[in-house]
Design a protein around this ligand. Structure first.
Ligand code: BDR
Ligand code: CA
Length: 317
């Protein structure tokens, strides 16, 4: 089986950590690089967490490129430590690097993304699960990316599910709506793994009890998740330690696309005002002539939760 080559753009983040470990635990994928962005916390913290996660996983061979510290146009006005913890890793005390030799490569994320994709035309799948700033900057540096990238899979946006940071917006697109507009307007082979599916795929105490008894990856996820579970209980009143599996569901799509289904619609992203970060899909196929994205709308939710749990449970045993 030839493995799908993944560049992972991320703002770890509890669910980002789950997605990265899921990718590393999956034989269908080969992670060729990790790029970091502000989002769930500052880019200093998300870069530290990415480096620590790869160290924990024994994969310091994978390069980490540090990316944007703020949105393209707007000031940085929101991070999400209230959801992911002060260390953005569920308050496990990751306030420093786990090893003094850990460091990002010298190239900034946008340059690294552009160079990696252009060096392997048609081969790289970019999975982006944070604000889209690095991806937009990479497109500005190298517009030919549009044709050179195999697929861009984003966790972000929503077609018909209410927003999670405003009535209409999902957090990653709200965080940098101008970057999101660049990405949606570029004409990329773009798949949107939005709240329409990621809020259907729940994991709960039963999954995490299993992971607590499993190998190292599973135990680690069981350790970082309680703060995130509590944030979901406070925000949505979810029972039984339920969480939404945003970023791991996006990675699950890269692993097993047949567990999902969607539609291609022309899209536009709102950059300003009360609908900041809203993704508008032309579901009647009449009103927009903007580039289309493949928007996932249906998912075999129990099987995706099972895939995530089984892969994490088996890894690092
Ligand atoms: C997205 O926002 C971040 O908090 C999560 O890591 C995920 O990427 C969900 O809206
Ligand atoms: Ca994320």
């Amino acid at each position: 089986m030839s493995r799908k080559r993944i560049l992972f753009d991320t703002d770890p983040g509890v669910d980002d950590a789950m997605a990265l470990l899921l990718a590393l635990a999956s034989p269908e994928l080969e992670v060729v690089g990790v790029t970091t962005v502000f989002g769930n916390s500052t880019v200093e913290a998300t870069t530290r967490n990415a480096l620590n996660l790869l160290h924990f996983a024994g994969r310091t061979d994978i390069p980490v490129a540090r990316g944007a510290a703020r949105p393209m146009v707007l000031p940085l006005d929101r991070t999400a430590e209230h959801v992911h913890g002060e260390d953005a890793m569920g308050n496990i005390g990751w306030h420093a690097l786990l090893h003094p030799d850990l460091k990002p490569i010298d190239r900034p994320a946008a340059q690294f993304i552009a160079a990696t994709i252009m060096a392997h035309p048609g081969e790289i799948t970019l999975v982006a699960v944070g604000p889209l700033t690095n991806v937009a900057l990479a497109l500005q540096l190298e517009p030919r990316l549009v044709h050179a990238v195999r697929e861009v899979v984003i966790m972000g946006g929503t077609v018909s599910t209410p927003g999670n940071v405003s009535p209409v917006a999902e957090a990653n697109l709200y965080a940098d709506p101008h970057a999101a507009a660049v990405v949606f307007n570029a004409g990329l082979p773009l798949t949107m793994v939005g709240l329409d599916v990621t809020m259907q795929v729940k994991m709960d105490d039963s999954h995490f009890a299993r992971l607590r008894q499993a190998g190292r990856f599973g135990q680690f996820v069981a350790q970082i998740v309680p703060f995130y579970q509590e944030a979901h209980r406070r925000r949505y009143g979810y029972p039984n330690g339920q969480i939404d599996t945003h970023d791991p569901s996006a990675m699950a799509y890269a692993i097993a696309p047949s567990l999902f289904a969607g539609e291609r619609w022309s899209m536009t992203v709102v950059t300003d005002g009360p609908a900041r970060g809203m993704t508008i899909a032309d579901r009647r196929r009449r009103f927009l002539n903007t580039p289309a994205a493949y928007c996932l709308m249906h998912v075999d939710a129990p099987r995706v939760a099972q895939l995530i749990t089984e892969r994490l449970a088996a890894a690092g045993a």
